[in-house]
Design a protein around this ligand. Structure first.
Ligand SMILES: Nc1ncnc2c1ncn2[C@@H]1O[C@H](COP(=O)(O)OP(=O)(O)OP(=O)(O)O)[C@@H](O)[C@H]1O
Length: 299
């Protein structure tokens, strides 16, 4: 697997504020990564360091297995880390042409990138007529003009309405499906869950977890159960089962949290043999939100 970016023991202090604390992780080609953390956890600072706009205090980072200097590597990176400045009285196409001229890149990809972000029909409209969501989509088009290996976005849906958020997330998924690696910073669990395959969870600059979103905890999940009669017997049998860590109640539903793997049919058949007939049985994984809270609490 090709490593696009590698961070090793990266550290950044702003005076007494330890914004990034000994942070290490790798970004592999073709995945969608989220840096997830609450406000002030060091996400923007981390992105600033790898894009050479913030100086690190210590530690290392290397692009493309260290084969290229950071300056050369950044030509293969598309990034939006601030609200971009476009000219309000120029059209979408005119703005993108100007960016191509400034960056010294060919303007032949402008139409293709406008199509990617669903702005082709509005290509000749002035920037000042665009909604916030359209402005953000034009920014993404501008970051794609050089066909980057990796697209970096800082809080890409901040300030947008639900429709705008949905559009941006769809576009990110579309870009990822063409093989472009993506790294986005977000404080929204929901966003990372919907868009990313991998996540680096940070709090106060410290990494709490990095890995696949769907393997964020080793939790075995839980069962929701209900019986029409003799609930006391159900509780008793569940408490005796070796794969069950704890038994609690939420309204009229019994929750059995697992400490080992157990399928719904195994659970059903175990209880049936004990003479217990269930009226409700659902197996659930804890939500990402719960997993995130568990991680931050445990650390
Ligand atoms: N230029 C700066 N000077 C001093 N402190 C800074 C500076 N930039 C960031 N910080 C501090 O570093 C910490 C991390 O900030 P950073 O912006 O990287 O976090 P973040 O996770 O991106 O948060 P947000 O989503 O709110 O931008 C915060 O405590 C912040 O106040």
């Amino acid at each position: 697997m090709e490593t696009i970016l590698s961070l090793k023991n990266l550290d950044k202090k702003y005076g007494a504020v330890h914004a990034v604390n000994n942070l290490s992780f790798d970004i592999q080609k073709g995945n969608v990564y989220g840096i997830l953390g609450p406000n002030g956890s060091g996400k923007s600072t981390t992105l600033g360091i790898i894009l050479n706009v913030v100086n690190r205090t210590s530690g290392e980072f290397s692009w493309f297995d260290g084969k290229l200097s950071t300056h050369e590597a950044l030509k293969k990176v598309g990034a939006i880390i601030e609200r971009p400045n476009f000219y309000p009285y120029m059209t979408a196409v005119q703005n993108l042409k100007l960016i191509c001229t400034i960056k010294g890149i060919s303007s032949e990809k402008i139409d293709e990138k406008l199509k990617t972000v669903n702005l082709y029909d509005r290509r000749d409209s002035k920037f000042k007529t665009f909604s916030l969501g359209m402005k953000q989509r034009l920014a993404i088009a501008s970051a794609l003009l050089n066909d980057p290996e990796i697209l970096i976005l800082d809080e890409p849906t901040n300030g947008l309405d639900p429709q705008g958020i949905h559009e941006i997330r769809q576009i990110i998924q579309k870009i990822a499906s063409t093989g472009t690696t993506i790294l986005l910073a977000s404080h929204l669990l929901d966003e990372v869950e919907k868009v990313c395959s991998h996540v680096v969870v940070i709090r106060k600059g410290i990494k709490l977890y990095s890995g696949r979103v769907d393997e964020m905890t080793t939790s075995n999940g839980l069962f929701e159960l209900k019986v029409e009669e003799n609930e006391a017997n159900l509780l008793l049998e569940l408490e005796k089962h070796p794969s069950i860590l704890k038994v609690t109640k939420e309204h009229d539903i019994v929750i059995a949290t697992l400490n080992d793997t157990l399928t719904a049919s195994e659970m059903n058949s175990f209880l049936f043999k004990k003479g217990i007939v269930l009226s409700h049985l659902v197996k659930r994984k804890p939500s990402l939100e719960q997993q995130f809270l568990d991680l931050t609490n445990n650390n």
